[in-house]
Design a binder for this molecule. Sequence first.
Ligand code: XMP
Length: 190
Amino acid sequence: MAIAKIIKDVLFTEEQIKRRVSEMVKRIDEDFRSKDLVVIAVLKGSVVFLADLVRGFTRPLAFDFIGVSSYGNSTSSPGLVTLEKGITVDVADKSVLVVDDILDTGRSLCFVKTHLQRFKPREIKICVLLEKKGTRIVDVEADYVGFEIPNVFVLGYGLDYEDRYRHLPYIASLREEYYNELRRKGIGPI
Ligand code: XMP
């Protein structure tokens, strides 16, 4: 489907994202100074953000990916999260930074954090590009947040609609007329 047909508004331009990501890198770099840092990115939505984020660091670090699937991500369903891809990097006694695209209900990141704790890292911090306000079902907080957004469905810069549009260099909101399709699948705005 043509991009112009599904987009309502551009929320953050390429330039705004670039500026914010470099501010985040500066802060994280300082906080993790002299620590053994392992970045764990949650597939697939965080990949574009991860690529920009890690290239801003001037220190040595390792990164790896974790894959989770969320089903029925709404208030009315149990919201089952399952592991699709585990990590292969050693995080024992390391400082872990979990990177995700968006914090919504909190179920995915809560699952990821609990899963990673089994490998006995020294600490786990969470970094998300976007945080939706008022949608949390599970109590999990991000240590680093790029932008806060209202409860709208967004796409671009790694985020998808029907597995497409992740390549867009900006973040846009989806037109409401497509929300019913998302609700039918148990994802998207509650
Ligand atoms: P939870 O609810 O577990 O969700 O915090 C996090 C995951 O849900 C997906 N998600 C979205 N994906 N646009 C998207 O493309 C959105 O507005 C959106 N809201 C949630 C996403 O995969 C995220 O990691």
